[in-house]
Design a protein around this ligand. Structure first.
Ligand code: NAD
Length: 347
């Protein structure tokens, strides 16, 4: 059932290919063609508040993202985000890190499943990675000890580990999943990953109907590429989640296909494509918008607009399965705009 008033949501087109793939949603773009807009075609009752990455550092956020952009997400509670480029080794906070920290985006959820009609090495991938998103090796605590020696701190807290473990088990229960695997390296990192595991075990006890297992990260990689059907829901600290979720994207056809959603404090949901700004193909109308479109589907599900989510999801899957319009990363020759138009036609 559609609400009587449009729902406001924040849209970050982002950098590189971001603005090209966000055109599917964005009516203000000068190249705007009515039928290209997937959300218009599906009559989704969303009103976007668009926010762009700035070109100077906002001292309140210590990054190129303004305080007003963060306030927009806080106010709306939902948003969709394109990729944001992170200049390596420059003196300001990463944009993605800023969003995660400031909005308390504690879990990154990435469903990864074989797309019907698009053949890869595996036909039966259907798993979800849930990554702790705020600490671990990505705490941003690095310093030089003496010349030639640097130190990076890996922070694991009981609070963040419990929060992501609770989320993973709750997700498994509410999505009819049977098993949660905690991924770790506690045999070496006894204190940090040890605490993470302890929290997962504690939460697992509260969910006796969900099978719980612990898998060491290196073994997990081997098992995933050998037989991904062994896994259902995987929960893990930040760095492992970053790597494993891209590995999983590779199992089903690559970064252009896989959506994600960041879950934050006070019920915030910021959906985002898992890929980066793809500078090698930016500005060439070659990018696959599927990951961002499927992320928008995740956002609509969060808003319980399930009819609209299903319509858009099916139109994307059908377009890929028909095989006539596929972008270059899927072995086709279609441009971003041709593919998006085909999705709209399928709606
Ligand atoms: P990338 O994901 O941008 O690109 C890796 C490869 O995948 C490239 O060959 C690219 O062409 C391809 N690719 C990615 N998305 C695609 C799409 N939608 N359609 C077709 N092909 C696609 O990774 P990178 O090159 O390591 O990073 C580039 C920049 O993006 C860096 O500044 C990095 O920090 C940033 N980044 C941002 C995010 C994010 O915002 N969440 C995630 C990862 C990387």
């Amino acid at each position: 059932v559609s609400p009587s008033h449009p729902i406001r949501a924040t849209l970050f087109p982002g950098d590189g290919i971001g603005p090209e793939i966000a055109e599917s949603f964005d009516s203000s773009n000068i190249n705007f063609i009515e039928e290209m807009q997937v959300f218009n075609a599906a009559e989704v009752p969303i009103e976007w508040e668009e926010h762009f990455v700035g070109d100077k550092v906002d001292p309140r956020t210590e990054s190129f993202l303004t305080w007003e952009s963060l306030e927009s997400v806080r106010r709306n509670g939902v948003g969709l985000k394109g990729p944001m480029a992170t200049p390596i080794g420059k003196g300001h906070r990463s944009l993605n890190l800023t969003l995660r920290k400031e909005l308390g985006l504690y879990a990154n959820v990435r469903p990864c499943y074989s797309l019907p009609g698009y053949k890869t090495r595996y036909d039966d991938v259907n798993l979800v990675t849930i990554r702790e998103n705020t600490e671990g090796e990505y705490s941003g605590l690095e310093h030089q000890v003496v010349r030639g020696v640097v130190e990076s701190l890996k922070i694991i807290t009981r609070q963040a580990s419990m929060r992501v473990a609770e989320y993973a088990f709750h997700y498994a229960k509410t999505h009819g999943r049977k098993k949660v695997s905690a991924i770790h390296k506690a045999n070496i990192m006894r204190k940090t990953d040890g605490l993470f595991l302890k929290c997962c075990r504690e939460v697992a006890e509260k969910y006796p109907k969900i099978n719980y297992e612990e898998v060491i990260i290196d073994n997990c990689c081997m098992m995933l590429v050998k037989n991904p059907a062994l896994f259902d829901v995987l929960v893990m600290p930040n760095l492992y989640g970053d790597i494993i979720s891209d590995l999983c994207a590779g199992l089903v056809g690559g970064l252009g296909l896989t959506p994600s959603c960041n879950i934050g404090e006070k019920g915030i949901a910021l959906a985002e494509a898992v890929h980066g700004s793809a500078p090698d193909i930016a500005g060439k109308n070659l990018a696959n918008p599927t990951a961002l479109l499927l992320s928008s589907v995740a956002m609509l599900r969060h808003l319980e607009l399930h009819d609209k989510a299903n319509q858009i999801h099916d139109a994307i899957i059908n377009t890929i399965a028909e095989g006539k319009y596929r972008t270059v990363d899927l072995g086709g020759t279609s441009s971003t705009t041709d593919f998006t138009k085909a999705v709209c036609d399928n709606l």
